[in-house]
Design a protein around this ligand. Structure first.
Ligand code: ATP
Length: 232
């Protein structure tokens, strides 16, 4: 792993019983970049991110931030936006964020407050997460991912459920995260989103990384028709 690598994934395989969801993919997220896994539903994006989090069994090599494979200690330096775990939905927004802070051992009240303010969640801090709209739940997940200032963000379809204003705020936050030396692994099934927010794109289809490159190069390939299968 070179100093520039923030996340290294090599020959990753994820299986669910008979089903092989990820079939030996390799990619690297460099320091200061937004790397996008772009592919249709079922391509293996979430399974890849779950492997990086150590949430599913995998074969192959994963190194996070040069600290080694996924582990609770390594995960203290990572922020993730996936679905809010249903089991925690009985907690209020405040309780949920405080709980996460206690698990991680860091809670910066001022940063949490600023994030809640940015996403217009302050009126909801005493509301049980279960009672929030899908968009507000997604915003709480984003605050939870950012509150401990992780170096690496894993954002799995993070714009889901968000209104236009929240998408803009998240884009700004992503930009600031990169400018301050952080990195992002991002997933989406929408080419235009990948082009707008990512520095490099890896096209994933049926568990295989089909091609990789800058948005410009990927767009050329798409226009030439060679990526058709990945987007049908
Ligand atoms: P989506 O955007 O729909 O979530 P994805 O690219 O994130 O798609 P994955 O969720 O990683 O794809 O799924 C990859 C494949 O693995 C799919 O065929 C999916 O049905 C299958 N899969 C995912 N989770 C499981 C599971 N727990 N058990 C069995 N199969 C699974």
């Amino acid at each position: 792993m070179s100093n520039n690598d923030v996340l290294k994934v090599e020959k990753l395989v994820v299986k669910y019983g008979e089903k092989t969801a990820v079939k030996g993919i390799s990619f690297t997220v460099n320091n200061g970049e937004v790397y996008c896994l772009l592919g249709p539903n079922g391509a293996g994006k979430t399974s890849t991110i779950k492997a990086v989090l150590g949430l599913v069994k995998y074969e192959g090599l994963i190194d996070v931030l040069g600290l080694g494979p996924p582990s609770p200690v390594v995960m203290n330096h990572v922020g993730v936006v996936m679905e809010t775990p249903a089991v925690l939905e009985a907690l209020t927004v405040k309780e949920f964020l405080e709980f996460l802070g206690s698990v991680r051992g860091t809670f910066n009240a001022r940063r949490v407050e600023a994030l809640l303010e940015a996403f217009e969640l302050k009126d909801y801090i005493n509301t049980p997460i279960a009672a929030l709209s899908a968009g507000n739940k997604q915003k709480v997940a984003i605050v939870a991912a950012l509150m401990h200032e992780p170096r690496l963000l894993l954002l799995d379809e993070p714009f889901n459920f968000l209104d236009v204003k929240s998408v803009r705020i998240l884009k700004e936050i992503m930009q600031r995260h990169i400018e301050s030396g952080g990195s992002i692994l991002f997933s989406t099934h929408i080419m235009e989103v990948a082009e707008r927010v990512c520095s490099r794109i890896g096209i994933i289809n049926d568990g295989v990384l089909v091609t990789e490159g800058t948005p410009g190069r990927i767009k050329e390939e798409a226009n030439a028709g060679t990526l058709e299968d990945a987007f049908l």
